[in-house]
Design a protein around this ligand. Sequence first.
Ligand SMILES: Cc1cc2nc3c(=O)[nH]c(=O)nc-3n(C[C@H](O)[C@H](O)[C@H](O)COP(=O)(O)O)c2cc1C
Length: 205
Amino acid sequence: MSTPVKLAVIYYSSTGFSAEIAKEIAQTAETAGAEVRLLKAAELAPEAAIASNEAWAAHAAASAGIPVATPADVEWADAVIFGSPTRFGNISSQLKQFIDTLGGLWAQGKLANKVYSGFVTTATAHGGHESTLLALYNSIHHFGGLIASPGYTDTVKFVDGNPYGTSHTDAQGNNPVGEQTRNAARHQAERVVQIAAALKAGLAA
Ligand SMILES: Cc1cc2nc3c(=O)[nH]c(=O)nc-3n(C[C@H](O)[C@H](O)[C@H](O)COP(=O)(O)O)c2cc1C
């Protein structure tokens, strides 16, 4: 009998939008039969910066119980879904710093032959949904990873309209994560688990 897909959902979030998508993905993947670790990238910003922003401080407190990701979590996983708010069209420095700790695993070939995917949140509609995901995926190519992008593989993708991954526009903090984004997140989670299961079975055969 095959063992469940091990999925690591590794995200950074300042004000909670990316965290909300991460939770949706983790819950859906568990329902789909995966063993899931929901993990955050370590915070790099100074305490004073966090304290100066009410939403950031509130989310930091609310997410204190989420474990911080380590390279061992990526080694453990059959599939990894990364998530980040955009930062000038790129991923956050916190998630990038985590990715940069994976050099040791990369050198041993241990990042290859896993399934990867990504999600992003932005403040504005054209503020970096696609560029951020493509920037994330640059690193996956270097890993020798297999990118499971959602494409337009479900009708929900014609609603949210982003074939690169789940994305959400927070409208300067005024647009909570709603059904459109959640539908895209659920589809992405199910697709990653499905592809990772097929790959895992194939590699074991
Ligand atoms: C330094 C910085 C740069 C940002 N750059 C962009 C940007 O280029 N485009 C955009 O739409 N939003 C930008 N944002 C806004 C966040 O990406 C956005 O509010 C995101 O949804 C927050 O996600 P979070 O709640 O998970 O932290 C930026 C925010 C910060 C602090």
